[in-house]
Ligand binder design. Structure first.
Ligand code: AR6
Length: 176
């Protein structure tokens, strides 16, 4: 599913964040120390190789809502943007911190000249953010930011399962 907001296309697809060769930047659902970890972070670091952690680690630790950018190393993408989502029920205000992840990641992509960015559903795995709520925050934030982007023209949400895809499609469909 796709929608256009001004000159920016937002789309939701089922897939693996490490298999998006046509996007300039992929976003990692990182940990504070920017180490390998599990979930998305584990998959990204495995695919990128040890050079990614070597570049990322000195940029940490980061706080919830923050993001940093590195090269893509063994990934087919020019950049990896490492964003730390809030742990649900612990890092507050969680909605604001999750929105900050999307806002800061988009700003870094845009400043670095990326035309396309792929996001996973940050915080909805190990960090426990309910996917319906997280999808609302994510889609509202990217829609609000779209008008200010100079370089980014495609924002892709890459969802790992049908339920997560449907939650994001519903949130995308209802954004006016
Ligand atoms: N591609 C796309 N989505 C994926 C992939 C993949 N390859 N793998 C998992 N997902 P999570 P978080 C989905 O736990 O909640 C790590 O250990 C997954 O099903 O990766 O922000 C870090 O080191 C879920 O819907 O991120 C941190 O410590 C979503 O991506 C912590 O987990 C996010 O799941 C971050 O937790």
């Amino acid at each position: 599913m796709k929608r256009k907001f001004g000159s920016v296309t937002v789309e939701c697809v089922l897939g693996d964040i490490t298999e998006q060769p046509d996007v300039d930047a992929v976003v990692n659902a990182a940990n504070a120390r920017l180490e390998t970890g599990g979930g998305v972070a584990g998959a990204i670091h495995r695919a990128a190789g040890p050079g990614l952690a070597a570049e990322a680690r000195p940029l940490g630790p980061i706080r919830p809502g923050e993001a940093v950018i590195t090269g893509g190393h063994g990934l087919p993408n020019g950049f990896v943007i490492h964003a730390l989502g809030p742990v649900y029920g612990q890092d507050r205000p969680e909605e604001e911190l999750l929105a900050a992840c999307y806002r800061n990641s988009l700003a870094l992509a845009d400043e670095n000249g990326a035309a396309s960015v792929a996001f996973p559903a940050i915080s909805t795995g190990i960090f426990g953010y309910p996917v319906e709520e997280a999808a609302e925050v994510a889609l509202r934030t990217v829609r609000d930011e779209a008008g200010d982007l100079r370089n980014v023209r495609l924002i892709r949400f890459v969802l790992f399962g049908q339920k997560d895809l449907e939650a994001h499609e519903r949130a995308l469909a209802t954004r006016s």
